[in-house]
Ligand binder design. Sequence first.
Ligand code: DGT
Ligand code: CA
Ligand code: CA
Length: 575
Amino acid sequence: MPVHNADIATIFEEIADLLEIENANPFRIRAYRNAARIVLNLSEELSILVKQGEDPARLPGIGSSLAEKIVEIVETGRCQALEKLRRQGSPGLTELLHIPGLGPKRVAALYHELDIHNTEQLFRAAKDGRLQQLPGFGKKTEQHILEMIETHVKQAKRFKLGTAAQYADSLQQFMQQNSEVNEVVVAGSFRRCRETVGDLDILVTADKSAPVMDHFASYDEITEILSKGKTRSTVILKNGLQVDLRVVPVQSFGAALHYFTGSKAHNIAIRRRARQRGLKVNEYGVFKGNRIIAGDTEESVYQSVDLPYIPPELRENRGEIEAAEDGKLPRLITVEDIKGDLHAHTTATDGHNSIEEMADAARARGLAYIAITEHSRRLTVTHGLDEKRLLKQIEEIDKLNDRLKGITVLKGIEVDILEDGSLDLPDRVLARLDLVIGAVHSKFHLSRQKQTTRILRAMERPYFTMLAHPTGRLLERREPYDVDMWRVIDQARQRGCYLELNCHPERLDLLDTHCLLAKQAGVLVSINTDAHSIADLDNLRYGVGQARRGWLEAEDVLNTLPLKTLRQYLKATMT
Ligand code: DGT
Ligand code: CA
Ligand code: CA
């Protein structure tokens, strides 16, 4: 069975987590986390590269020992290093790590202090009030953990959009190989660009369905076939992802695509509109009595209920139907509207490519500018820049810009926001930059009031361009910190600064609802990849998807501006 990059990344993440529980060397832990990120964002499948005899060690950030593990995983589907760590610890520890709010540090404390090995033991300890006695836990944390276990256990597993995309893309290609298959579209929440998806809903048009179903069932990553019918099958892939496949005739394609794209709430509202017009809409078409009047395209479905086409990302029944009716649908931003990237790292800190390599890659993707924004000194695990090294980098970028053609490198920093709201580098050096991105990387558990005050204070600093990943959440790994986003957005409006929408599939932060609030407040959002390698630049599509869910248009987004205008906007934040 082929191993996907996402599988390898998951293994490396788990190794990093288990090492952290063991209090291993932080640089070793970091190496695994970085490797996971690199692997996840590669555009090529490692399993294919390895089969072609390529050495993964040639990838930036992958040393020889990581490369060996990659080859082992690709060839055997197993990783002995991980199995050894699991034997040393306990299989339940991995499960504990997946409870939001429980990072490796907390799991380590639970494990070493209270001998807690799994969710069941944790649940009992929390119920008995034993957690609050642990240093660094307290009553509130205990309550939080109880709630998390309850929601976590109740919630079925969902997959991050970026992970689902790897499976969706290869399944789509696989289905295309069958000669009976016409069109293949992945519908459902995936097409709506939700940040996580529950399952994949794949729609295929074909005249004959039986051969298509047989082809689907032969996909060698399937572990279980839950059902196999004439027009519909459901299977589970070996990573646990469920896939629904439907085959429909060409003349029903639009109606089926509309139906299976959802959301359910949007579909219900459209069907109601149809009924008011004496029509019936279902997955086969739009009907007047027994006569089919539309349904070959999605446009025809909307037209039949007197609406213009509504893009999938808006279909949540959150006002899009009313907006469509009033001719007020937003002209949603597209990847092509983005003119540059304002957040990227290089080998100077925890990135994997040089400034010039990042600039070349950005230009190859059609961008006109890229800002280099390293971590600041406080983030020692990333080898963050102090004043001296930042000044050196500024010089280096000036020199590089003199000879680079077709792309401009902007000078920036991702400076840590300290607990008291001050920034991790002095104003005199920040003043020499084109932009300053402030970020919270520590003290995630401050009270709402303290966290909000801390961030508002940072935004008031004389050199502050934008707030990075504003809620700090990591999907499935870390809950957002408790901050009043209303006040943050309002502060950005008053101060005249910007908010980042971080494109990394694990972050996608701002949330879609915040994007809409920012837009309404007139605060521009910057859609940044936070790239740590060239491949990360391709995460832009996820950020743009999120922005589209948040109703953003090109004019709501800072980095759609041409360089000259952008410079004026940045400059205005640096006084
Ligand atoms: P997910 O998979 O939880 O991330 O979310 P979806 O939206 O992909 O939901 P899913 O896979 O259960 O169903 C796919 C689409 O099929 C859904 O977006 C709308 C449509 N659908 C499913 N069940 C119903 C239903 O009972 N009524 C209507 N109108 N549409 C439905
Ligand atoms: Ca789905
Ligand atoms: Ca489904």
